[in-house]
Design a protein around this ligand. Sequence first.
Ligand code: FEO
Ligand code: CA
Ligand code: CA
Length: 628
Amino acid sequence: MKDDQTLSFDDFDEAVNPRPETCDFDRVVDAALSRRGFLGGVLAMGSFATLGGSLIPTAARAVSDRFAFQAIPTSTADAVTVPAGYKAEVMVRWGDPMWSDAPEFDHATRGSAASQERAFGDNTDGQDIFQHEGHTLLVVNNEYTNRDILWGNNPDAKPASDDDIAKGMMAHGVSVIEISNDGGAWAMVKDSPFNRRITPQTEMSLTGPAAGHDLMKTQADPTGTTSKGTWNNCGNGMTPWGTYLACEENFNGYFSAEDEAHEVSSELQRYGISSRDWGYGWAKIDDRFDVAKNPNEPNRAGYIVEIDPTDPTSTPRKLTALGRFKHENAEAVVNNDGRIVVYMGDDERGEFMYRFVSAGVYAPGADTNALLEDGTLSVAKFHEDGTGEWLELTPDTTGMSSQAEICIHTRQAGSAVGATTMDRPEWITANPNKAEVYCALTNNKNRGLKPNKGGDETPVGGPNPREANKYGQIVRWWPNGEDHAAAGFTWDLYVLAGNPTVHDDANAGSENLTKDNMFNSPDGIKFDSNGLLWIQTDGKYSNEGDFAGQGNNQMLAGDPVTGEIRRFLVGPNECEVTGLSWSPDRRTMFVGIQHPGEDGNSHWPEGGNAVPRSAIIAVTREDGGLVG
Ligand code: FEO
Ligand code: CA
Ligand code: CA
């Protein structure tokens, strides 16, 4: 919450964090050196003082406290921990039936393909809330499955039948559920007419420049305009017109070939497609996933999918105009001029960060379909001096034959224009109070050591300042002229994660990273309506060595003005905390707990000998106050 509601956010920002007229370089260096001395990194990144504030505005920290909670310590308990005065309750779990004619989750069998198709999917990830005609709808990505959990009832944790494979397939996709809190606790509304499972078999349309291109045509779809299903949906986005954006990330791992000697094309190799089955086994039950038989099928995945949660009969739309890569999330903003700008990361070591700007402008109530079908796709280039630019991806700039080809081979297009190779761009979120955007760069063990899959070098520097980056960082930028469609921007680093109890060099992290709030591998990030930055982690939970004292994965809140970061929540054993949304009255925060017990050491949430289950929790204040 803001300390002083009478000031605009920008005025508040300026009051607590005055921008120097000239670059006070000594102050920046002193601040960085005061405890850590990762001087090389700071110098290499240029002057933070010219970029909207020094890396750590120490003087401002005492001025502001916008947090409505006391920080909590790390934890290694097989439980969700939240601050005093808050409570966390499980709302919906993997395998919970969405209709009353479907069976309850069976811990002995972990369900069947038929039961899973009628139940909440596995591994909750991106999520958002939609309010529609008095109904509260929660749309959730079900990113993937863990073999040891899904098939843990089989002796070798492998599928024992085609139905086991199909059960895994049906656990993927998207779940649309109505939720209510009539009885005082939030719960799924079984049999709601809005409940819907979207799976890898759901009919979709292909839109944008790549629709109908020869590379999109298959035996099952000679027109290249329709596609079946979506899978490995990681982060998400939400449009101003009330649709949900599900982002296909590691779509490659589901393809294989009966003939393992089959050599896939170099274009497919750039995306990690291979003939070897990773373990899902989908090609064994559906030829679409056999790349020897259907070499174009992988070209029809790796997109952002637009879903209308208010119409369960609607056909989801794959948006090729927004490019094909391992999409993390899609942060859509309405620019000052009415155009829609979508920021997107490609989560793989040394891949790129992208921006789409619609050709048309958004008008509430008008047809919105064309907005995400026609526009300009660009890729980010960061400079050492704290500036950056968006490089347009067109046939002229890339040398590629058509926009369709750019939208299919987007990584190759980024390489062609010399985009900056990043430390695994995860979620991107825009500050609701100003033209400012943040991206979590989760980690990159290859930084400075190995090129990306396309052969692009990964030099140490700029927003990726540490070799073999173990801990990750959050970069932020300000579009020139507060125009999200501008060609240029300025940037700095909001936080370098690290471990100051183990390291005294750059791996200790930036100054706003302390022994009390330390974490590794920022992944999900999202601003609340108040302008606090929520940070979720998907990192190492060994609690040893480089990660000593960091406990389980967690969620923290960061003040974008002061740089202060506080730990708010710690998840159960071996989980990832990912996905975040708020009830319309902002009194409940919904948080995703993904893959508890991925290494076999959790029985959350039911305890005892129960199978661990990914779930969404509802976090509220005991006094009923606002949580975002
Ligand atoms: Fe599914 Fe990049 O996290
Ligand atoms: Ca993620
Ligand atoms: Ca991650």
